[in-house]
Write a new protein. Structure first.
Lengths: 275, 162
């Protein structure tokens, strides 16, 4: 099928579904994870790996912070959008005919209600600004500790201590002297939650881990995520963002443990169902 | 009209299918306190326990549970308990390594009226190689997340010591 053929076929829903399924299947096939392997495959994959080089991005993590609505205007705007979209979303999934249309009729009223609620419930601009400054100071303090290098060093340390293999940071050894390279890239961190007036937020940190041969062939790949408790933005900012900084510190060690577990120790065991 | 009926049929089929299937679990399954699934939530409920030093039990690891060919030796369990407020993560309050039995009574009292996440995994030797099971999780399986996470097993302590 030529490019024009693909363009024509894309207009048909059935063909679109087939393309999407094929794309999903291709993606899952090209990103092997430990959970996709059989125990024999895991054993054969890990057996020849005696010396593991660990490399990380030199840049810091990409930071994203979901914030609460700021002041009366911010609260009213966000409240109107949430108020309008909520009935439409409910109508769209409600299993009765005509509910989406009914929801669209109701939406202007719920938007007005949401606008009023948002204007009342939103935090004051000064409070959000102070919290932003505190989170900013905490983030700067965390950056100074070079978390990406701490993650790499923790993987090296835990790998040596727990797997019986020799792990080395790759700025200490050339890539040619290792059996495989563990790349820790695409690190992200911050606060995330629902887009609401003053949503509960989760502190998170994640990294992409890719085990490859020195020639570049991928052996295993996985994105691992660490999440903290739910708190409001202002709660995370309390005491100069101490809780946020502590959550990031815990996450570095936890991510390192998860990477070492999944890539070098875990027995692939399919999920089951409890009766 | 036709699309609405289709939606209704899809939703009804989903409900029928899900009512017959158990709670998904990875790693070692918990036995006590049992998992408490909720009807319209992918997360587990907090199972009440009657003591501040509850006994946690999980399935024993052997060749049959693991469906593995070969003898499993040197099995040791590792247990972690976190106190939580939201159920998404928590503060580590109890750790035990090298447990030889698939149960453990906590040796230090927990806080009354508090919520906890817990999980367990096994270290073992199979065919001369050391392995570890994934941390036990149930419900909405968050296999890409470190522990603690929202899929860890859950219990809550009684308001007062009993």
């Amino acid at each position: 099928m030529g490019l024009q053929g693909i363009r024509n076929a894309w207009g048909r829903p059935a063909a679109r579904s087939v393309f999407c399924l094929a794309w999903l299947a291709t993606c899952s096939a090209c990103t092997p994870s430990i959970h996709d392997l059989s125990p024999q495959e895991a054993r054969h994959l890990r057996a020849p790996l005696e010396r593991i080089g660990v490399r990380t991005d030199s840049d810091g993590a990409t930071l994203t912070f979901q914030k609460p609505a700021k002041g009366i205007l911010g609260g009213a705007g966000r409240g109107a959008v949430v108020g309008a979209l909520t009935p439409i979303a409910i109508g769209a999934v409600f299993p009765l005919p005509g509910t989406t249309f009914l929801a669209a009729l109701v939406a202007p009223f719920t938007a007005a209600g949401g606008m009023v609620y948002g204007a009342i419930a939103a935090s004051s601009p000064a409070e959000v600004k102070n919290a932003e400054a505190a989170i900013g100071r905490a983030t700067a303090a965390v950056r100074l500790t070079r978390p990406q290098l701490r993650l790499r060093d923790s993987v090296v340390q835990q790998g040596r201590a727990r797997t019986g293999r020799f792990f080395v940071a790759l700025d200490e050894a050339p890539e040619a002297h290792v059996d495989a390279v563990l790349d820790l890239t695409d690190q992200r961190a911050g606060l995330k939650g629902a887009w609401r007036i003053n949503p509960p937020l989760i502190a998170f940190a994640e990294t992409r881990a890719r085990l490859r041969t020195p020639a570049g062939d991928t052996l295993l790949e996985e994105t691992v995520l660490c999440s903290g408790e739910e708190r409001s933005y202002v709660e995370w900012a309390a005491d100069d963002g101490a809780l946020f900084a502590a959550a990031m510190h815990v996450c570095v060690e936890a991510l390192a443990e998860k990477v070492v577990d999944d890539f070098f120790l875990v027995y692939p065991w399919a999920n089951r169902r409890l009766d | 009209m036709g699309r609405g009926i289709t939606r209704y049929l899809l939703a009804a089929t989903g409900l029928v299918c899900c009512s017959g299937c158990g709670v998904p679990v990875v790693g070692l399954a918990p036995e006590s306190p049992p998992v408490e699934s909720k009807v319209f939530s992918r997360l587990l409920g907090f199972t009440p326990v009657d003591s501040l030093t509850p006994t946690l039990r999980w399935e024993a690891l052997d060749a049959r549970t693991l469906d593995a060919a070969g003898e499993i030796t040197d099995v040791a369990y590792e247990l972690r308990v976190w106190e939580t407020s939201s159920g998404y993560s928590g503060h580590l309050v109890y750790v035990r390594d090298n447990l030889q039995q698939p149960f453990h009574q906590l040796e230090e009292p927990l806080r009354p009226g508090a919520k906890y996440l817990w999980t367990v995994r096994a270290h073992f030797t199979l065919a001369g190689q050391r392995w570890v099971t994934e941390w036990g999780m149930a419900g909405y399986l968050l296999r890409d997340q470190v522990v603690p996470n929202a899929a860890c097993f859950r219990f809550e302590t009684p308001p007062r010591s009993s």
